[in-house]
Write a protein that binds this ligand. Sequence first.
Ligand code: 5GP
Ligand code: ZN
Length: 114
Amino acid sequence: MSSCIFCKIASGEIPSKKVLETDDIVAFHDVNPQAPKHLLVIPRRHIEKLADLNPTDIPLVGRLVVAAGEAARLAGMEADGYRLVINSGERAGQSVFHLHLHLLSGRDFQWPPG
Ligand code: 5GP
Ligand code: ZN
């Protein structure tokens, strides 16, 4: 989608600090980190939100989660542990409407989340 900031990051039109790239997935540092280490893992394809996924996306979702684990390893998150979060919809905190997984590490996290 031409106006989407994460589509532009995926294509390289907008610069980002990437930690992992595959044919269909990119992981990069969040510009406004909410933890000492904060990555975003996105599909290159524009999917607005989790609720728009359908059964044909199951292989992609599997690759996204596996890529998140790999990005966590590359970013040195394994010793501390990490949290994987998807905000879906405005009330849940979604502000960029291109599906993304937040990968957060390097501090204590509350449960339940605030
Ligand atoms: P959401 O609130 O939609 O779950 O998360 C969107 C995330 O994207 C936020 O954590 C925000 O800091 C991050 N973000 C927004 N614009 C940019 C950008 O241009 N570059 C990067 N690297 N992250 C961004
Ligand atoms: Zn997009």
